[in-house]
Design a protein around this ligand. Structure first.
Ligand code: MN
Length: 169
């Protein structure tokens, strides 16, 4: 049987409204992005904004510090991402995209992806996923060298800014 909440209950439920302040949400823990040593990443925090058994999805907010990066990974589940803070680059498959606030990024199934802030910027983004999802895969050495065959992708993976690398040529 589905319990239907009266409007007054919703208003009284402190979890119904979480006020935002400088990219932190009231009552939401800022956690480590992943377990230490679970996968390569650097300087990323995670806030789970919505996770409820009555929803089939979860909405998370990730923030990458200026010299950080998310894990280079792929998986069957999709990501729907909106940039909220800062500028940076996103690798989707073999394409490096420049991104800025309010840009939307779709990560299709089984597509390599990684997020990196621009120099001196924090890159913060919302990420919508299925609540029930498969675990990410990391690239093998062969898959990594195949990705690196593209010079732009190699520069991205080395954390070399696009403008810097353009100036160096
Ligand atoms: Mn992912």
């Amino acid at each position: 049987m589905i319990m239907v909440k009266r409007m007054s209950d919703a208003v009284l439920d402190p979890a119904s409204l979480r006020k935002a302040e400088d990219f932190r949400w009231a009552g939401v823990d800022s956690r480590r992005y992943k377990e230490e040593n679970a996968a390569p990443f650097k300087a990323v925090s995670r806030q789970v904004l919505f996770s409820d058994p009555r929803l089939a999805g979860e909405l998370r907010y990730f923030e990458v510090e200026p010299d950080g990066y998310s894990t280079l990974e792929r998986h069957e589940h999709m990501h729907a991402v909106m940039i909220l803070r800062g500028e940076g680059q996103v690798l989707v498959g073999t394409i490096v995209h420049a991104v800025k606030p309010h840009d939307l990024i779709t990560i299709p199934p089984w597509t390599w992806h990684q997020f990196r802030p621009a120099p001196g910027e924090k890159l913060g983004f919302l990420c919508l996923v299925n609540a029930d999802r498969d675990r990410p895969q990391l690239p093998t050495l062969e898959e990594l060298s195949a990705l690196r065959a593209d010079l732009e992708v190699a520069h991205f993976l080395d954390g070399v800014n696009k403008d810097e690398s353009a100036g160096r040529r």
